[in-house]
Ligand binder design. Structure first.
Ligand code: ADP
Ligand code: MG
Length: 421
């Protein structure tokens, strides 16, 4: 190991208590420390935060971290403060701060104590903050959840579009680090172009989840019976069942309960107390199954989820990948079962019909990919990875039999007929 590698490892240990880097972290950090622009694509849970946190802690000046959600920023700031005796080592700058608090943040930055400053993109447009940040040393700007910049991403935020010009106003030479878990080539292009980092060092982790088994079944009148049968065959295992509507979540949870399956419902219509009660019941394994809308999952880390069922097909492959990705986090088996009917696609199309035309076009294109996935006769793993711009070569045969199509090969027409009948 070179001296700098030893430095990196001892800093990793010192600040985070980890003895090894995960995946591409070390190379990303090396590039950041060399002052380069970087673009980092890693699946959720891949450890993107540490890629900018560690070099920020090791460098002079303050790193600005742009993040879309205040809750996420607060979590990260608390975590960073936990590794240091210096409370001011990380701060959030947002509109809810009092005058006194803002003064404290500014003095911590000026005195060099603050290594990480988390901001929402809209705060960065405030002249008062821009002027202040122009006067201090910025080590780099990390744009987390960088897919928010793209209309093709699942969480487009127009404020993200102005980031490049704001950063240039601070100082044109500040390195920019874009990070995202969205792997579609279109979104990536958008990010690189919008952040003006065509020269960036690229770091792209594989999105393959070798331990997940992918299956699509036709959705019939008997869907509830089908789900009950599946869950009972997997009794004692933890699973998540996603439904599109809150109403369906409650109905299905009840049907499961009546049929002797321990299940709780979860959706954003419940108050916070109820939600955390059901969530805890699932996490503590008081119940096997949570029936949920997509409100369930963000930040919930249960490593041994053994199956994810989609009662309704999601609106894009990315959503599907995120949601199925909650299975098998521990590396153990994870069965991803989606029920598909073209009627559901029409329903989703109808939802979109009130939206602006541009949004509808994108929404429909994403939806058609979902249709192609559901109706394909090829390896589903290959399909998903291809969608993310990754070629899946099953050289070792590891992916063999890890989806319904490879396990029971059918020709194209059969695959489709099976699903539309
Ligand atoms: P992402 O933003 O890519 O979804 P996070 O940055 O939230 O991922 O990290 C996911 C988890 O991985 C966190 O719990 C974090 O503490 C852990 N982690 C990150 N780097 C390492 C490492 N080198 N060794 C062990 N755990 C790590
Ligand atoms: Mg993250």
């Amino acid at each position: 190991m070179s001296l700098s590698e030893i430095d990196l490892h001892s800093s990793l240990k010192k600040y985070f208590g980890f003895s090894q880097f995960k995946g591409l972290q070390e190379s990303v950090i090396t590039s950041i420390l060399e002052g380069k622009n970087c673009f980092v694509v890693m699946p959720t849970g891949g450890g993107k935060s540490l890629c900018y946190q560690l070099p920020a802690l090791m460098q002079e000046g303050t790193a600005i971290v742009v993040s879309p959600l205040i809750a996420l920023m607060k979590n990260q700031v608390d975590a960073i403060r936990g590794v240091s005796s210096e409370h001011g080592i990380a701060h959030v700058l947002n509109s809810s701060l009092t005058k006194t608090e803002i003064k404290q943040v500014k003095s911590d930055i000026t005195s060099g104590v603050t290594k990480l400053l988390y901001v929402a993109p809209e705060s960065l447009t405030k002249d008062e903050y821009v002027e202040f940040l122009q006067s201090v040393k910025i080590s780099f700007v990390a744009v987390d959840e960088a897919h928010c910049i793209s209309e093709w991403g699942h969480d487009f935020r127009p404020e993200y579009r102005n980031l490049k010009s704001i950063i240039s106003r601070l100082d044109d030479t500040i390195p920019i680090i874009g990070l995202t878990a969205t792997a579609t080539p279109k979104v990536q292009e958008d990010i690189i172009k919008n952040l003006g980092i065509t020269d960036a060092d690229l770091f792209k982790a594989s999105f393959n989840r070798p331990n997940l088994f992918y299956e699509v079944r036709p959705k019939t009148q008997n869907i509830e019976a089908d789900i009950i049968r599946f869950v009972k065959q997997n009794s004692g295992k933890s699973g998540v069942i996603y439904c599109l509507s809150r109403k369906k979540v409650e109905e299905l949870a009840q049907v499961l309960q009546v049929n002797g399956v321990s299940a709780v419902p979860y959706h954003a219509g419940f108050d916070t107390k109820t939600r955390s009660k059901y969530q805890d019941m699932f996490l503590m394994e008081d119940v096997d199954v949570v029936v949920a809308t997509i409100a369930f999952g963000m930040g919930i880390d249960k490593p041994d989820v053994r199956f994810v069922i989609h009662h309704d097909i999601p609106k894009s492959i990315e959503s599907y990948y995120q949601e199925t990705g909650r299975a098998g986090r521990d590396g153990g088996e994870g069965h991803c079962l989606a029920f598909y009917s073209y009627k559901d696609i029409e329903k989703l199309e109808k939802f979109m019909s009130g939206k602006p035309v541009a949004e509808q076009e994108i929404g429909n294109a994403l939806l058609q990919e979902m249709v192609a996935y559901a109706e394909t006769s090829m390896s589903r793993r290959k399909f998903i990875l291809h969608y993310f711009g990754e070629e899946f070569d099953d050289v070792n045969g590891d992916g063999a039999l890890m989806d319904d199509n490879t396990k029971n090969p059918k020709d194209k027409e059969e695959a489709k007929d099976d699903l539309v009948k």
